[in-house]
Design a binder for this molecule. Structure first.
Ligand code: MSP
Length: 653
């Protein structure tokens, strides 16, 4: 008998590059919850997929000379391969390029328009092309660049459709502050104060500067812009407004949408507003987690700090990686990824904790009883405490899974593992084994250990689905013994259980050797990413498409040599150096974005070439009077052009 329905979703991912360990967190977390709920007897729908439209995809495909659909097809294959590799068992995979989704989104858009919530207007602002985002002045980073990718933004203006948001403000505020929709609820204040209280801005829902999107049904110059297209996936995948599926009535509203913090706003405000506008029920919970960071920064291909889950899985197994990321991330906070922490966690919890408990217990059953326990029992000290802890575990894990606090669920299970290891030290089976009169006591101790392992590993099987069956096999547990129902009680294994020793489930890792090798991989990735980024920048800056200029135009540029007399970093910037130059007529200040490539001492005393008649501009509080010339090198570096044997102030022509 089903306990009811349970619908859980991940965000749909942009297939704009290969997936990395950061993408794995939400998917593995949702998969674990879905598995747990299935085990409990719920009728589960676990949805994931890819968000395949947009300018970035269109551009990348163009660079490669293929169609956007061909481009996304390739990457979607890699995403699917990764989910298989990580043992992610989704029930449905949606691609926003699927016909049924396209049709349903067009109907949703038209419905919103017909209901008077969508109108035509004009969008203007700072636009970051790679991130396809408009940013307000206050959102830009300290260098006036995109706060996400730190590349320059451009001023852009275009005709667009907008969705009115004001009519939903009051209901949204109530949803966030008076219900338990948002998890953790502490984040409601920032949403209310930053977005709702100052007056909700209308949402831009169409674009007409690129073509790779779902056409607006009544205006072919426009395509539906990201959020109406992407968020609708949660209902179109169930058959809303389409005939491809028909389980909308069964599964909607969603029980849990899980997302990372950067898209919290769209799920906490935009999505409920769209549903309110359509008069549809709201999802029950939105669980927001932080980012997996690497050295304090979000993982991103352009930063070269992505951790490839295939590489880690090859070395330690998918389950060890699943365990590590699930155990490290607390709902609402970031979790910093480091190879050291990962390896130590695998060694401590999996190899020494669980692995050791299983192998010691099974080895003792084999050693003292030839693999099959006798049925005589003799209860003793410490048994009650262990049994009480083991039988109480399932309710605690249920509670944490219900609250989407997976790290806490795992911590509880590993408390039982530690308790059982301590029970071995307390009951000293190796001493009991030497005494013929203590056989019944020894059998009781070993049975209690096997039972504790059975309960822990049954509950763990939702989180580590490929290794727990190996534990079951070793402790002689099968069929009903490893059911959810029996995880709540002690004594499900037959009294005369037979164990079967096997290979170590989580072999111990040689910390130093592995860390050296992993660090080498990370270093190589970073170098590769930097070279690729540089290459694409140089490519996009090629004079291709630039008009030829006459000598008169060139003559308008005043190039001169100047000697660097002082140089220091600009406090508010990570990229800028402030140079004081002797240009032959006096001194001037120039801010230059080269601090990644030069230390101030390496520049002082050199003569460089400057554009002397560039209009002054203020960069991070420094008035820059001109610029110095530098070259982008093919290896990804930047080199200032030195002219040391030419006196300062010489004109270049
Ligand atoms: N396409 C949108 C989501 C639309 S949902 C209706 C999108 N895609 S994304 O691929 O850029 O990101 C998908 C999810 O992965 C986001 O929740 C994002 O925060 C998450 N992560 C990407 N990198 C991450 C980490 N390093 N750590 C944790 N989550 C990360 O946004």
């Amino acid at each position: 008998m089903s306990k009811g329905k349970f619908y859980i979703t991940t965000p749909i991912y942009y297939p704009s590059g290969n997936p990395h360990i950061g993408h794995c967190y939400t998917t593995v977390a949702c998969d674990s919850i879905a598995r747990y709920k299935r085990m409990q007897g719920y009728d589960v729908m676990f949805l994931t997929g890819t968000d395949e439209h947009g300018q970035k995809i269109e551009q990348k495909a163009k660079e490669l000379g293929i169609t956007p659909k061909e481009y996304v097809d390739n990457i979607v294959e890699i995403f699917k391969k990764l989910w298989k590799y990580m043992n992610v068992d989704y029930d449905r995979y949606i691609r926003t390029t699927d016909d049924y989704h396209v049709e349903a989104v067009q109907k949703i858009f038209k419905e919103l328009y017909d209901r008077g919530y969508i109108y035509k207007g004009e969008y203007s602002g700072n636009y970051c092309t790679p991130c396809e985002s408009f940013w307000t002045d206050s959102q830009l980073d300290e260098d006036g660049c995109c706060p996400e990718c730190h590349r320059p933004v451009k001023q852009a203006k275009e005709e667009a459709y907008f969705m009115k948001m004001a009519p939903f403000a009051e209901r949204l505020e109530k949803l966030l502050t008076e219900t338990d929709y948002l998890r953790p609820k502490t984040r409601a204040t920032e949403l209310v104060n930053n977005f709702i209280k100052p007056g909700l801005e209308d949402l831009c829902v169409s674009r007409n500067s690129f073509k790779w999107g779902i056409p607006v049904p009544f205006d072919q110059d426009h395509v539906v812009y990201v959020w109406v297209d992407a968020l609708s996936n949660y209902i179109t995948a169930l058959g809303f407004n389409n005939d491809a599926y028909n389980d909308y009535d069964k599964f909607w509203p969603a029980d849990v949408h899980m997302v990372a913090k950067d898209i919290m706003r769209f799920h906490a405000i935009t999505w409920p507003a769209i549903l309110m506008a359509l008069d549809l029920p709201l999802p029950k919970h939105l669980a927001v987690h932080g980012w997996i960071t690497f050295n304090g920064q979000k993982m991103s291909k352009s930063l070269g700090n992505v951790v490839d889950p295939f590489v880690l899985g090859e070395r330690y197994g998918a389950d060890a990686i699943r365990y590590h990321i699930l155990r490290e991330m607390a709902l609402g906070a970031d979790s910093s990824f480091s190879n050291e922490v990962m390896i130590n966690r695998i060694n401590t919890d999996l190899a020494n904790g669980l692995g050791n408990l299983v192998s010691r217990t099974v080895a003792m059953v084999e050693k003292y009883f030839g693999g099959t326990l006798p049925t005589d029992r003799e209860p003793g000290e410490f048994d009650d405490e262990l049994i009480a802890e083991a039988t109480a575990l399932r309710d605690k894990v249920d509670d944490y899974v219900e609250k989407t606090q997976i790290n806490n669920a795992l911590a509880e299970i590993f408390k039982l593992v530690s308790r059982a290891n301590k029970y071995i030290d307390e009951t000293t089976p190796w001493v009991l084994g030497k005494d013929e009169t203590k056989k019944a006591r020894l059998a009781t101790v070993l049975y209690n250990l096997l039972e504790s392992i059975r309960i822990a590993s049954t509950l763990l099987s939702a989180f580590m689905p490929s290794t727990m069956p190996l534990v079951f096999e070793q402790i002689g547990a099968s069929g009903d013994a490893v059911s959810y129902d029996n995880a709540g009680r002690f004594g499900a294994l037959p009294a005369d259980v037979t164990v079967k020793k096997g290979a170590a489930i989580f072999p111990r890792i040689d910390v130093e050797k592995e860390i050296d090798e992993l660090n080498e991989i990370v270093k190589k990735n970073a170098e590769k990413a930097q070279a690729a980024a540089q290459k694409s920048e140089t490519k996009s800056e090629k004079p291709e498409g630039l008009a030829l200029i006459g000598i008169d135009d060139f003559a308008k540029v005043e190039l001169r040599t100047a000697k660097i007399v002082e140089c220091e970093p600009v406090k508010k910037s990570k990229k800028l150096l402030k140079l004081t130059l002797d240009d032959g007529c006096g001194t001037r200040t120039v801010a230059s974005g080269i601090s990644e490539y030069y230390k101030p001492d390496e520049l002082i005393g050199h003569t460089v070439i400057i554009v002397a008649n560039l209009k002054p501009a203020k960069l991070c509080g420094v008035e820059s009077q001109g610029m110095i010339l530098a070259a982008d090198c093919p290896d990804g570096g930047v080199k200032v052009i030195f002219a040391d044997d030419i006196p300062a102030g010489s004109k270049i022509r």
